[in-house]
Design a protein around this ligand. Structure first.
Ligand code: PEP
Ligand code: MG
Length: 604
């Protein structure tokens, strides 16, 4: 681990209000929204537990906490053992016997109690110390069976630490206590399951603003602050938390008045959101001087929001199909895919639905698609490279998409295209899948528009040639920024160098749009930049034809388009293209946005 003095200054953002014990943490406001709840700590690694000294009079209560957590953990393991016996048979259910034995090991438990009494450590730390010692000893063994016990110990440890947190995990959804998750990082599928556990917001030490963890949080409307250094060392389970996902601020144990005021703000914000959403359809997607810029939605997983979008006349500019697979243990077959695609297509008909083929890899993986052994997964076997290498999966997906096209307005888009050969091969496969469908007399739309994501610099540089092959471009600014600046989009340590307003990124956007227009094809932007209201005037001025963004940003973006003048936006964009500092550009755009588009908020 890096010592504190080597960490970037911008990550040192902790403020302690000495008197009240309130701690204010700052990080990257990644998924907007205000939310409050009790802290739930996700102990995915034991190192997250911190040492706290207790007073002698607390020894008995700490020991009682340990006893209670042990009996609760045993109950949980017993339930699992029963379930396993039914579903996988008696032999495999023995895995849980090993876990039970650890909690029944009297010597082990008494060493933890001794550490609490002798060293006055909090129970979590005393427990973690003992577990680490045991793991270190076992890991040295030459016996595979003994080494395998480490994973049992790890899962028992995680269970016991959760139970020590005092929050009843089994009944979170019944207790209705909203929770704020804290972790070093969450996986995309953990985010997808948050609602079930009543986790209404989250805070992480790692992760960047366009990581896939964040994209799902946005899709589900879960506010999040990421890149909060040391958040796990500062928070204790079940403490009150307020979280501002726009400002990137997290308050631990706020004073009672602050907590009450924040709760009122949360309720007011929810009412405002509902009103805004109901008005989206009424706003024109046209500038004051009559220039049309279509506004579309990015969708990841079907939500109750989708029907509202369709009712408001908003089509889908990016449907990230890979998120269908995050939870499954194998690739879904053609029927399963057809069902999902055709449902969404029917729901939005006659509005367009842009289905993107698998973009797996990088930080998007499934149980059966782990990019193990790759030193640089973002540069590795991912996305269209995977699809072209595994034709069975690719053809099945294309077949399902083509079949869905008989029910509405489908567009198909291919991610991570970096060269002409890829698009030529993609089109060859597409034509062959069409031939098979014709042979099987299965209906589909023979004129589906095909597009590519422009998100790799090499594609930008040959965009004029690629434009001859496809019907539209869609710029993925999340990856385009990552690959242009060589900055990992999911790494909090380098997040300050991840700059979507970098002049190189803006010139690439301009170049792509121009290349598209020279061949009379439209260019959409579907990366997170499209949903950043500070960028709207600039992007319209660069000539973009449509902007596709997460549903929460739609209203703000449409509102700005309806208030600007295209002719002036072009001059504004031209001025910005002559600037060389990402920071200066960001400042100018932020000032411009605050001056022209932000109304003072009453009551704050
Ligand atoms: C992008 O890269 O900007 C994009 C929209 O695709 P994803 O975020 O899914 O990689
Ligand atoms: Mg991308």
């Amino acid at each position: 681990m890096l010592s504190r003095k080597f960490l970037p200054a911008s990550l040192e953002k902790i403020e302690l209000r000495q008197k009240s014990g309130t701690i204010v943490l700052r990080g990257i406001g990644a998924s907007p929204g205000l939310i409050c709840g009790l802290a739930l700590i996700h102990y995915e690694r034991l190192g997250q537990v911190t040492a706290q000294r207790i007073q002698s009079k607390q020894i008995s209560s700490e020991t009682a906490r340990l006893n209670k957590a042990i009996s609760k953990s045993k109950k949980g393991i017993e339930e699992l053992r029963r379930e396993a016996r039914k579903s996988v048979g008696a032999d495999l259910s023995k895995i849980f016997d090993a876990q039970m034995m650890i909690l029944e090991d009297e010597e082990f438990i008494s060493r933890i109690k001794q550490s609490i009494t002798a060293n006055l450590y909090n129970v979590e730390y005393a427990f973690q110390q003992e577990v680490s010692k045991t793991i270190r000893a076992l890991s040295k063994s030459r016996d595979v069976y003994i080494r395998e016990m480490v994973s049992d110990i790890n899962s028992v440890a995680a269970r016991l630490l959760h139970n020590l947190s005092g929050i009843d995990h089994g009944s979170q959804h019944r207790s209705k206590t909203p929770l704020i998750g804290f972790a070093s990082i969450f996986s995309p599928d953990e985010i997808m399951n948050m609602r079930k556990s009543n986790i209404v917001g989250f805070v992480t030490e790692n992760g960047g603003p366009t990581s896939h963890m964040v994209l799902i949080a946005k899709a589900l409307g879960i506010p999040a602050v990421v890149g909060v250094k040391d958040c796990l060392d500062n928070v204790k389970a079940a403490q009150r938390i307020t979280l501002d996902g726009s400002a990137g601020e997290v308050v631990i144990a706020p004073e009672p008045e602050e907590w009450e005021a924040f709760r009122k703000r949360v309720a007011a914000e929810k009412r405002k959101d509902r009103r805004r959403f109901a008005a989206i359809g009424k706003l024109p997607s046209r500038t004051l001087d009559g220039h049309d810029v279509e506004v579309l939605a990015n969708l990841e997983i079907p939500t109750s929001f989708d029907q509202k979008l369709a009712d408001e006349g908003i089509g889908v500019g990016l449907y990230r199909t890979e998120f269908l697979y995050l939870k499954s243990s194998d690739f879904p077959d053609e029927e399963e895919q057809f069902e999902v695609y055709s449902n969404i297509v029917k729901q939005f008909n006659p509005l367009p639905v842009t289905l993107r083929t698998f973009d797996l890899g990088g930080d998007k993986f499934t149980e059966h698609f782990k990019n193990e052994g790759e030193a640089n997964p973002a540069l590795g076997w991912r996305s269209i490279r995977f699809s072209l290498d595994v034709p069975k999966v690719f053809r099945t997906q294309l077949r399902a998409m083509l079949r869905a096209s008989a029910f509405g307005n489908v567009r198909i888009m291919f991610p991570m295209i970096c060269c002409l050969d890829q698009i030529v091969r993609v089109k060859r496969t597409f034509a062959s899948v069409k031939r098979n469908l014709r042979r099987d007399r299965i209906p589909f739309n023979d004129n589906i528009p095909l597009g590519i994501m422009v998100e790799i610099p090499s594609a930008v540089m040959i965009a004029h040639r690629l434009a001859l092959e496809v019907d539209f471009f869609s710029i993925g600014t999340n990856d385009l920024t990552q690959y242009t600046l060589a900055v990992d989009r999911g790494n909090a340590k380098v997040a300050r160098w991840y700059r979507q307003f970098h002049p190189a990124v803006l010139h690439f956007i301009e170049r792509t749009i121009k290349a598209g227009h020279e061949s009379s094809i439209p260019t959409n932007i579907c990366g997170e930049l499209a949903g950043d209201a500070r960028a709207t005037r600039l992007l319209v001025g660069l000539g973009v034809d449509s902007l596709s963004t997460s549903p929460r940003s739609l209203h703000a973006i449409k509102e700005i388009i309806s208030q600007i003048n295209y002719r002036e936006a072009k001059e504004f964009a031209n001025e910005i293209l002559h600037m060389y500092s990402a920071m200066d550009i960001e400042k100018l755009l932020t000032d411009d946005y605050n001056r022209h588009f932000v109304r003072p908020v009453k009551g704050r």
